[in-house]
Design a protein around this ligand. Structure first.
Ligand code: NAD
Length: 307
């Protein structure tokens, strides 16, 4: 929940008018930057395509947005773009400034960027988020962070504005590791929940009864209890809105891809994550999953027979 009148004022945090560069003002970045501006920080932003965001002074380049900034926040599509932006701006960043990446990227890119920052005397924290576009707008994101203690402490006032919780998970890359492990569990449990509903249908078990039992039994999970993929059952979820996202299937596909890239890199056996990746890949690339919520796996599975 937003902190409302209980939120700390900037003066109380000792961080009045921090100069922040914000690079990547897309669906997530624009509302996050707007919340920082609303809280009184001075935000200079840059995006390759987006021309404006609420309360943000737009710059003509990433370097211009990062110059003289106390903190640079990035919210970019992937690791390659993050590496390119970091290589571009690190040399001109103020020594002692903080580079705070909130994108979801591969663990390797997060660690490479942290190494680069160290060379330039910049502190670096990887802090991917969960909570989606709604959480970004409401300032209720959860941040999972990796990097040094002092970098995390410096980022904390920003986390307090943009989110409701920040967990310091460990050294550089630990935030990305937490994010992809969480979402690998989410992808696999959503598919398991959906296939159980599809089986229950064919066994003649009423969906509402199935929800009543499973949500209070050992088969319960966030996918069942908080985000039930069956329309009209459980709390309100994207299933009740014709599977409009929510959390789009292609974003789940991206995160499952990152989990399998990491699993391969460190030789970890993740068979359920691998199968979840295959199913979401097929759904997004060969079926009609693109643009639908990731819980639309239920109608997809319901239409099929045992193969
Ligand atoms: P988005 O595509 O809407 O925004 C990315 C922005 O980066 C775009 O506006 C693009 O123009 C800009 N960009 C690309 N290359 C650039 C460059 N070189 N310099 C400056 N700007 C550049 O994506 P989004 O939904 O805002 O997601 C951003 C990140 O957050 C992704 O890593 C995503 O995985 C993660 N994420 C998204 C959600 C969600 O629900 N959308 C949830 C959690 C995490």
């Amino acid at each position: 929940m937003p902190l409302g009148k209980n939120a700390l004022k900037l003066e109380e945090t000792g961080m009045a008018h921090t100069k922040i560069g914000f690079i990547g003002l897309g669906n997530m970045g624009a509302p996050m930057a707007a919340n920082l501006a609303k809280a009184g920080h001075s935000i200079t932003g840059f995006d390759m395509t987006v021309q404006a965001a609420d309360g943000v002074t737009m710059a003509a380049s990433a370097q211009e947005a990062a110059r003289d900034a106390d903190i640079v926040v990035t919210m970019l599509p992937n690791g390659d773009i993050l590496r390119a932006v970091a290589a571009d701006i690190m040399p001109i960043m103020t020594s002692g400034a903080l580079f705070l990446d909130c994108s979801t990227v591969d663990v390797d890119s997060a660690r490479t960027v942290a190494d680069l920052a160290m060379i330039h005397g910049v502190a670096s924290v990887d802090a991917p988020v969960s909570g989606g576009v709604g959480g970004a707008a409401a300032g209720t994101l959860t941040f999972m962070a990796g990097g040094p203690e002092d970098g995390f402490a410096k980022a904390q006032p920003l986390f307090d504005i943009m989110g409701q919780k920040a967990v310091h998970c460990g050294a550089a890359g630990a935030g990305q590791a937490a994010k992809i492990c969480n979402n690998m569990i989410l992808g696999a449990t959503m598919i398991a929940t959906c296939e159980a509903f599809a089986l229950a249908d064919k066994l003649g078990l009423d969906r509402a009864r199935m929800y009543d039992v499973v949500s209070t039994s050992s088969g319960s999970s966030w996918s069942m209890n908080a985000y039930c993929p069956a329309p009209g059952v459980g709390p309100s979820s994207p299933a009740d809105n014709d599977y409009q996202p929510g959390f789009a299937a292609e974003l789940m596909l991206k995160d499952l891809g990152l989990s399998q890239q990491a699993a391969q890199a460190v030789d970890a056996d993740t068979p359920m994550g691998a199968r979840a990746l295959e199913l979401y890949k097929q759904f997004v690339e060969n079926e009609d999953g693109r643009g639908k919520d990731f819980s639309a796996m239920l109608p997809r599975l319901s239409e099929r027979g045992h193969s």
